[in-house]
Structures are given as C-alpha cells and as structure tokens.
Write a protein that binds this ligand. Structure first.
Ligand code: NAP
Length: 375
C-alpha cells in the first residue's frame, strides 16, 4: 500500500516529516554549517516532507533561526512545530518562550506547540491553561505534548476537555516498539497524531544486529534501503508520523520517498514478528552510570548525587521518582554490555541517565531497572 499523507483533525500532514535536533547545534549554537542545513531543509520541503519539528532548546535557539531562514517566503507550505522546554512551563515563561520562538523563526504563528518534557514541579492544568490562551490569541494553532506517559496523557485529555490535544510525540523505532502496545492505538482511537522521534534510532537505524540483518534482507528484496523499510513500517502502524533528521542529500531523498514503496501485508507481518527487541530487567547495581560521552549533558554518577541534584536538573531525579511511583511506568534505559566483565558491573548506562536515577530513587533500589540492550 502506498501512503499519501495523514489526515488528523481536518489537517493534512505529510507522511514523513523533518526533525531538527542537531540542526544549528545540539545543546549550544553551531553556526559552522548554516547554509548546508538550510539547503537540506529546503530540499526536504520540495520533496514533500512539509512537517517540520524543532524546539527552543535545539542549538540554544539556533535550530529555530535556521528553520525560519529555510521557510522565508514559503511559510504557508509547511506545518511548523516547535517545543517549549520543561523549565519554562509556568504561564509567564511559556508565553515568553513562545514569543521568542516566533521571533527566532520570523513567523506569526506555530501550527503546533508541544510541551517537550513533563515537569512535575509545575501543575499540568496551569501549563495547559497557558497553552490554551496562546491558541486563543492565534499564536499557536494546535497543542501537543512529548515524552508523557499514557496515564499522563489521559489526565491531559481530561484537563483540556473542549480543546483537542493534537499530537503526542515519543521515541518510536524498530528498537523501541513499546508505543505500539497502548499509546499509538490510544492516539488512533482519540483522533490524535503520533509523532515518532528518532525513527532511525539516531542513525543506527536499529540498535540490534539481528533486526538490522533482517531489515537488510527485506530491503534488498524490495530494491530499497533498510531506512526506507524502517520508516515505512512505522507509518503503517497507525496515525504515525516519523520525523527523521537528515542533512545528506541522499538520505533526504530516501526518507521523502520511503512511503512510496508498497510494503505488502505479509511482509509487514513478517517484519513485525522478526524485529522484536525484548525489554530486560536488570538490578541497578549491575549498571555502571558512566559519564555522558558527548560531554554535553551534566550527569549524576552516584545515588547521593542524584538525590542532591547538584547539576540542577529540572525536573530533578527526586521529582521524576515521585511521578514514576505514581504511574509505575518508565521508558526503558539504554545500556551496552560490558564484555568479559568479572566485576559487579555488567552494563554501561548509555542513555536515560536521569530516568535511571529516578527509577532507583523511586523504589529505593529494590526494583530491577527496565533496559534495552544495544549491540
Ligand atoms: P533519527 O532521525 O532517528 O536519526 C538521525 C540520523 O540518521 C542522522 O545521523 C542522519 O544522518 C541519519 N539518517 C537520516 N536519514 C537516513 C537514511 N535514509 N539512511 C541512513 N541514515 C539516515 O534521530 P533524531 O535526530 O534523534 O530524531 C529525529 C528528530 O526527532 C529530531 O531531529 C527531533 O526533531 C526529534 N526528537 C525529539 C525528541 C523529544 O524529546 N521530543 C528527542 C529526540 C529527537 P545525516 O544527518 O548525516 O543525514
């Protein structure tokens, strides 16, 4: 089946979107490849990937600046989405953040404004009330959220009542398939868009060698690439919009045409069955909380540090622990195996450092940690 686009709440959304994390830098601004980044975004738009996802935090605002420059004179061609950071969820800060995003992009309104991460330190109804006011003022057309659990989404739906939540954004790729269990079906039932971030597992395509091998076989049978099979599979699972980030021209072309390749139902079923990665439960003391290799994020390395939160994470590990105790849910932590380890540690902590400590604090170390093991 060839997919042409997604209809949600009377909007027509492209089948594949463009992610902008890393465009203009990651944590701080990087201006070294501005022209190339703008050209890539424009190529993507010309090829039909008209949904654009950025955030105030990407490149400390520079991502939004480059998106704005790429859109000059063609604002109406795109569905423009940005995100507000968790430390800006009070009404005053939220309004300022939104106005700053609009200014950086040189636009009058956003098609979608998303809460990037929950912050238990600010009551949800207060944040949502401020979002609704931005909508009434015409600064944003739709509201969305990102990185919220299903119980939280249900609470949001109750709080919003008459204003529909437009979208839910979460990590979804062939390595992290949990959203298929409940969240995507819930979005489908409620007429919401599910935005799949890191759909190519941050360029690894999939963090498991077995799945990668399987994808390569399917791709060669179809005469396309493993990335195209992966993106196509994700969008076959409901109202799912994958938003890969790409700067290379060949990647952009591949992504834009991923849904043009018919994936017959038996093949989809085969991928579904053969590309499953199990979540493991591991005692927290077997996981070595190594420092962030990129050096971009301040991380805790001991339980005392996590409790004291000297890095000033907002929300703090203790605040997140409170949430986890309530919902009893967590996105699995990413770990890598320590080969030939004779010591206490069996795994290195690769991603999800804040969640890891929040889980340990939530259950005082008495509950094993859900992990996905990367090859
Ligand atoms: P991703 O899109 O899964 O992977 C990006 C990487 O894949 C880049 O290195 C890119 O290389 C490579 N790539 C792109 N197309 C490819 C292809 N056809 N074949 C092979 N490699 C390909 O990872 P992501 O950037 O983490 O996620 C995408 C977007 O999701 C972000 O940009 C952001 O908008 C959003 N996101 C949101 C959150 C959140 O908390 N809400 C978190 C993470 C990401 P080149 O760039 O060299 O082409």
């Amino acid at each position: 089946m060839i997919r042409t686009g997604i209809r949600i709440q009377n909007e027509s959304i492209s089948c594949i979107g463009q992610g902008c994390m890393g465009v203009g830098g990651r944590v701080s601004a990087d201006t070294s490849s501005d022209a190339e980044q703008i050209q890539s975004l424009q190529q993507g738009i010309e090829l039909g990937m008209t949904f654009i996802d950025t955030a105030e935090v990407y490149g400390a605002g520079h991502s939004e600046e480059l998106v704005g420059r790429a859109l000059r004179g063609r604002r109406e061609e795109v569905f423009l989405a940005s995100k507000v950071s968790p430390e800006h969820l009070s009404p005053v800060d939220l309004r300022t953040s939104c106005e700053e995003s609009l200014r950086r992009m040189g636009v009058d309104y956003l098609d979608l404004y998303q809460v990037h991460w929950p912050n238990p330190g600010v009551p949800l109804d207060v944040t949502l009330g401020a979002m609704v006011r931005l909508r009434e003022q015409g600064k944003i057309r739709h509201l969305g959220v990102s990185n919220f659990s299903l119980p939280e989404l249900k609470r949001i739906q109750c709080v919003l009542s008459s204003v529909p939540l437009f979208s839910v954004q979460a990590e979804y790729n062939l390595f992290e398939r949990r959203p298929e269990e409940e969240m995507i079906p819930w979005c489908a039932r409620n007429g919401m868009l599910f935005i799949a971030y890191s759909p190519l597992d941050q360029g690894r395509i999939v963090g498991s060698a077995i799945v990668r091998k399987r994808l390569a076989v399917v791709a060669s049978r179809l005469g396309c690439t493993p990335s195209q099979v992966a993106l196509n599979f994700l969008s076959s699972r409901g109202p799912v919009l994958p938003i890969p980030k790409a700067i290379r021209s060949d990647h952009i072309r591949e992504n834009a045409t991923a849904c043009d390749i018919p994936l017959p139902a038996p093949l989809l079923a085969e991928i579904d069955l053969e590309c499953r990665v199990e979540v493991n439960l591991v005692p927290w003391r077997q996981i070595r909380p190594a420092a962030d290799s990129s050096g971009e994020h301040r991380v805790c390395t001991t339980i005392e540090e996590a409790r004291a939160n000297p890095a000033g994470h907002s929300p703090s590990p203790l605040e997140l622990a409170e949430e986890i105790r309530g919902d009893d849910q967590i996105k699995p932590i990413r770990v890598t195996r320590i080969e030939g380890s004779a010591g206490e540690y069996r795994y290195n902590l690769a991603e999800g450092r804040l969640r890891f400590w929040a889980w340990v604090l939530a259950f005082n170390g008495h509950r094993d940690v859900p992990v996905l093991v990367r090859d």
